[in-house]
Design a protein around this ligand. Structure first.
Ligand code: ADP
Length: 270
């Protein structure tokens, strides 16, 4: 619907209604455009691994007489299938986060638990890359949110910090609470991100340097998931980075007193 047409029609009724109708349509159009883009991007991104899976399946079939070749292609087929599974699960998570409905499983979440789970999820990858993850900063803070969504977001940041760091480097995860805001900073001394690309890395499927990124086998969806996850919690992600020096991604979330009922317990004790 042409917004101007609606204005004309609605203003006959009441000027206040006009405003509401226009805003609704703009929002609906924005969501529809985002959905169209998302479907187009996603179909495009799925074509490559799906194509690889069918080619490798053919290769396995035609190498049937040579067990070594069969093993080789089967292993590659397995790796592509794993990648495809990771990609589809990230696409689902992202589309869920982008949908207009609210997060359902809200509770007071211990930041310490989220940080520990995120570090744990990347412990194996860090170990095989010879990287040490160091937890620093304060303890005992809480945010209101969905523990799974927050853990996935932070895990993505830790995973990137590990992927884009050289062997033997340290990755830091630090927590700071100030003015009722919890800052969770993930710092690496890795390759860094050029300034011109810093705002783009949060876009869906965007990967800063194609050749360099491909080596790490990412999807280009990790940071979009982080961005939406944090936004859905009323927070923001701040990025500091210098090529060759490293990056710090800081997740800023409103702090809550938590855990639920603690206040009541304290009051009863008094
Ligand atoms: P990917 O799966 O490619 O890592 P992300 O959405 O997580 O996708 O990140 C998008 C791009 O941002 C990456 O491809 C990489 O180029 C860049 N990037 C993300 N995190 C870092 C980091 N800690 N250091 C350097 N570059 C990074």
């Amino acid at each position: 619907i042409e917004p101007r047409l609606v204005t004309a029609r609605a203003s006959v009724i009441t000027p206040r209604l006009t405003l509401v109708v226009i805003r609704d349509i703009t929002e609906a159009e924005r969501v529809e455009e985002m959905r169209r883009d998302f479907v187009a991007n996603t179909s495009h991104e799925l074509k490559t691994p799906v194509g690889a899976v069918s080619l490798l399946a053919e290769a396995v079939a035609s190498a049937a007489d040579d067990p070594d070749q069969v093993r080789h292609f089967a292993a590659r087929l397995g790796a592509e299938a794993t990648r495809l599974a990771q990609l589809t699960s990230r696409i689902m998570n992202l589309s869920r986060l982008q949908a207009a409905d609210d997060l359902t499983d809200l509770r007071d979440v211990s930041v310490d638990e989220v940080v520990a789970a995120a570090i744990e999820s990347q412990a194996l990858a860090a170990e095989s890359a010879g990287i040490e993850i160091v937890r620093g900063g304060s303890r005992g803070s809480y945010v209101r949110g969905d523990v799974q969504v927050l853990t996935e977001a932070l895990s993505n940041l830790v995973a990137n910090a590990v992927s884009y760091s050289p062997a033997g480097a340290q990755v830091g995860v630090g927590v700071k609470v100030e003015d009722n805001v919890v800052d969770i900073a993930v710092t690496d001394r890795g390759i860094g991100i050029p300034e011109a690309e810093q705002h783009r890395v949060f876009e869906r499927f965007y990967r800063a340097d194609q050749a360099r990124s491909r080596r790490t086998g990412g999807t280009g969806l990790g940071l979009s998931i982080v961005k939406y996850a944090v936004q859905r919690h009323g927070g923001e992600v701040v990025l500091w980075s210098r090529p060759g020096r490293g990056s710090t991604f800081t997740v800023r979330l409103p702090a809550v007193e938590g855990p639920e009922g603690l206040d009541d317990v304290k009051k009863k004790r008094k």
